[in-house]
Design a protein around this ligand. Structure first.
Ligand code: PMP
Length: 270
């Protein structure tokens, strides 16, 4: 032991030899938010192996909880291990490929971020712009759909950079009339404002855990409609990211087990 220690050229950091000091702070922004004791206690439970049957049961329970929170019966509903950005990427990676036309409604930073990711993917991104603080009307959106004929429309439900809540009523129907999928970012709004994925005909919806849901960051709920899944499997058999390739995981319980084995901290699916 002494010999091994003598080989160390980097000393153990002093600060890690002290107990971790985390102050109590009242968090009043859109997120992260304070975590109730019940949720803190759940995070302090012992780990299970990823093939233990109890893990599969927990995964099923998480899926049922997300279906309830999103008000959806979508089979492909899961919690991605990652931030809201990871869910945003997962949604875009699974819906778009090089050259696909996409319309992004931008009235704050989250539309800009989605446009940035989609451009890096090689999508043909059209921007529908509103000044910060304004929301999009159905007429605004319809003009963009007619002009650009996108395959996907991205819109932010709760634009946390300005505090604007985007009305979603009628948007899904409108998109579908124009052959377009509706992708909604509800990272800052889920639990704070009503959202009804199936009734509002939203094709892909995602959120984050550290905002209104009062959980730690790192677990992002996401759900894909059957329409979104069909588009994904038609045009993109393999998403350009292994970890985010939700549409190619499949939905049988066998595949679910395989997925659990390969990527132990992401929960999916049927
Ligand atoms: N979308 C919206 C509307 C957000 O408010 C945020 C976080 N502020 C994100 C996406 C990104 O989430 P995360 O910070 O968990 O990556």
């Amino acid at each position: 032991r002494a010999m091994a220690t003598s080989l160390l050229r980097v000393a153990p950091p002093e600060e890690l030899l002290r107990p971790l000091a985390v102050p109590e702070r009242l968090l009043l922004g859109p997120g992260p938010s304070n975590v109730p004791r019940r949720i803190q206690a759940a995070g302090g439970r012992q780990l299970l192996g990823h093939m233990h049957p109890e893990v599969l049961q927990v995964m099923d329970e998480i899926k049922a909880g997300i279906q309830y929170a999103f008000q959806t019966r979508n089979r492909l509903t899961l919690a991605i291990s990652g931030s809201g950005h990871c869910a945003m990427e997962a949604a875009l990676f699974n819906l778009l490929e090089q050259g696909d036309p996409m319309l992004v409604a931008i009235n704050g930073i989250w539309g800009q971020r989605a446009a940035d990711i989609a451009r890096r993917l090689g999508a043909n991104v059209y921007e529908l712009l509103k000044p910060p603080g304004k929301y999009f009307t159905l007429q605004d959106i319809e003009q963009g759909l007619v002009q650009h004929k996108p395959l996907v429309l991205f819109i932010t439900h709760g634009e946390s950079s300005t505090g604007v809540l985007q009305p979603l009523e009628g948007l899904g129907k409108l998109c579908h009339r124009h052959g377009c999928l509706l992708l909604v970012d509800a990272v800052a709004s889920l639990g704070g404002a009503p959202i009804f994925m199936d009734q509002q005909e939203i094709d892909v919806l995602y959120s984050g855990s550290q905002k209104v849901l009062n959980a730690p960051p790192g677990s992002a709920p996401i759900s894909f409609s059957e329409r979104a899944r069909a588009r994904g499997s038609d045009t993109r058999p393999t998403a350009p990211s292994c970890a985010r390739g939700c549409l190619t995981w499949g939905c049988s319980s066998l595949l679910r087990r395989r997925w659990v084995q390969g990527k132990p901290t992401t929960t999916t699916t049927e």
